[in-house]
Design a protein around this ligand. Structure first.
Ligand code: URA
Length: 425
C-alpha cells in the first residue's frame, strides 16, 4: 500500500477499506507515514467526511495503537464521563464524586485545557500535592478502595490520537465529526469503563457551533460506544455562556466545593444532578433527582471528593483555601435590565490571557487567576450592581476592563438559558 494512494482515494470521495485505515494508523503511529501525508489525509477527510464504518475502523485502529486499561478487577459497572470541551466546565469535579458516593465506581482519565477551554487535570493540580500520574495498578487499587480516581491519560494509551490531535490542531482539521468522534471514543474505549456519559457541548465556546452538528457528533459517538459493548449516552449541553460562576483553575475548584456544600447556583446544581441521574442509570441504579440532590448537598459528594484528593497526595487545607491572586477587580453593570449574553468563547479567551489557560501546549498556568460571575444570562441587574470579579496577578488594565464590559450584554428582554438541550441514547 502507498499512503499517497489512500490520500487520493479519500480526496476523490471514495470509501477506504478496513485494512487501508488500519495500515494508515499503524504507519502513522510507528513513524513510517510522515506528518505531511497524515495532514493531507486529515484535510481530505475534512472535505469528504467518513462513513460510519470508516469512522469505526479509525476509532478501533486508534484504540489498538496503544495500551488498553483492563478494569475488570474492579467489581460493579465502571462509569466514565467525557466533555467535548468548554469554558468554566468544572462538572467532572462534582459529578465524579457524586456518582461515586452512590457506590458506582468512577475510573476517569482527564485531559488538560488548551486555548479558551479548561481541563480537569489543571483544576485538580491547583490543589497542592495532587498527583495526576498513577500507574495502572495504583489507579485500579484506588477505585477498588474508595470508588473514585481522576488521573491523566498514560502516554502509552491511544498513541495515534496523541499524534493526530496535535497535527489537527495546527492544520485546521479539528472540527470535523468523524475525527472528533474517533479521537474522543478511542480514548474512552481504551480507558476501559463499561458505561460512558458524553457531554457534547454546543455554542460559541464549543467545537460544535450548531445543535444539528452536535446531534450528528453525539449520534456517531453513541453508536461507536454501543457497538463495542460500552453503554453510551450523550447529553448535548449549552456552551453559549460559561458553566456555573467561575472560570480559572483554583476558582473553579472553589465553586465545585461550594456546589458540593449546597451553596452553588441552582441552574448548575440541577444540571449536575441531571447528569448524575443518567450516569447512575447507565450503571443500573434508578435514583430520583431528590435523592441525588440530597447526596450532593448533604456532604456525601464532598466527602468522596476529599477522599480522592487525599488518596492522590493532595493537601486538604490547600483544597479549601481562597485564590491568592494579588488583585481583585469588581465589574459593575453599566445599565439596568437583564443579562442577555455572556459569550463563552470571549470570556474563555479573556481568562486565558490572565494566565488561567494556555495559548499553546507549552504555556505554564497561573492557577489563581480568572473570573467569578455574580450574574448569568437571564439574571436581572441594576446599574452599578456587581456582575463579576476578576482575579489577576497583575493590575488589570483599563483596556482589559473595557473589553470585559463590552462582552457583558445587557438588554430589556429576559432570555431563558437552558443547560441540557437534548439527550441522545
Ligand atoms: N476532544 C478530543 O479529545 N478530541 C477531539 O478531536 C476534540 C475534542
Amino acid at each position: 500500500m502507498r499512503t499517497v494512494d489512500l490520500i487520493q482515494k479519500k480526496r476523490d470521495g471514495f470509501e477506504l477499506s478496513t485494512e487501508e485505515i488500519k495500515w494508515l494508523v499503524e504507519g502513522y503511529t510507528d513513524g513510517s507515514v510522515p506528518d505531511y501525508q497524515m495532514a493531507a489525509f486529515a484535510m481530505a477527510v475534512y472535505f469528504r467526511g467518513m462513513t460510519m464504518r470508516e469512522t469505526r475502523d479509525l476509532t478501533m485502529s486508534m484504540v489498538a495503537s496503544g495500551e488498553q486499561i483492563d478494569l475488570s478487577a474492579i467489581s460493579g459497572i465502571k462509569t466514565d464521563k467525557h466533555s467535548t470541551g468548554g469554558v468554566g466546565d468544572k462538572v467532572t469535579l462534582i459529578l465524579a464524586p457524586l456518582v461515586a458516593s452512590f457506590g458506582v465506581p468512577v475510573a476517569k482519565m482527564s485531559g488538560r485545557g488548551l486555548g479558551h477551554t479548561g481541563g480537569t487535570l489543571d483544576k485538580l493540580e491547583s490543589v497542592k500535592g495532587y498527583q495526576i500520574e498513577r500507574t495502572q495498578e495504583e489507579f485500579i487499587k484506588q477505585v477498588q478502595d474508595i470508588g473514585l480516581s481522576v488521573i491523566g491519560q498514560s502516554d502509552n494509551m491511544v498513541k495515534a490520537d496523541k499524534l493526530l490531535y496535535a497535527l489537527r490542531d495546527v492544520t485546521a482539521t479539528v472540527d470535523i465529526i468523524p475525527l472528533i468522534a474517533s479521537s474522543v471514543m478511542s480514548k474512552k474505549i481504551a480507558a476501559g469503563a463499561d458505561s460512558i456519559l458524553l457531554d457534547v457541548t454546543v455554542g460559541d465556546g464549543a467545537f460544535m457551533k450548531t445543535l444539528e452538528d452536535a446531534e450528528k457528533l453525539s449520534e456517531t459517538m453513541v453508536a461507536l460506544g454501543n457497538e463495542v459493548g460500552r453503554k453510551t449516552v450523550a447529553v448535548i449541553t449549552n456552551m453559549s455562556q460559561p458553566v456555573g460562576r467561575a472560570i480559572g483553575n483554583r476558582l473553579e475548584v472553589l465553586e465545585a466545593i461550594e456546589i458540593m456544600k449546597g451553596q452553588g447556583r441552582e441552574d448548575v446544581t440541577h444540571f449536575i444532578c441531571e447528569l448524575a441521574q443518567i450516569m447512575l442509570q447507565l450503571a443500573g441504579q434508578e435514583k430520583s433527582l431528590d435523592d441525588i440532590r440530597d447526596a450532593l448537598v448533604n456532604g456525601k459528594a464532598l466527602q468522596k471528593f476529599e477522599e480522592m484528593i487525599i488518596a492522590q497526595g493532595g493537601d486538604l487545607v490547600d483544597l479549601h483555601r481562597p485564590s491568592s491572586a494579588a488583585f481583585v477587580t469588581e465589574v459593575k453593570a453599566e445599565a439596568d435590565g437583564y443579562i442577555t449574553a455572556l459569550p463563552a468563547l470571549e470570556f474563555g479567551l479573556f481568562a486565558m490571557r490572565l494566565g488561567a489557560g494556555r495559548a499553546v501546549k507549552t504555556d505554564s498556568l497561573d492557577y489563581e487567576t480568572g473570573i467569578v460571575f455574580d450574574k448569568k444570562v437571564g439574571d436581572s441587574v441594576k446599574t452599578g450592581e456587581k456582575i463579576a470579579t476578576i482575579y489577576t496577578n497583575e493590575i488589570l488594565s483599563d483596556k482589559m476592563l473595557t473589553e470585559f464590559q463590552k462582552n457583558v450584554k445587557i438588554g430589556n428582554e429576559r432570555v431563558e438559558s437552558q443547560e441540557i438541550l437534548k439527550i441522545i441514547s
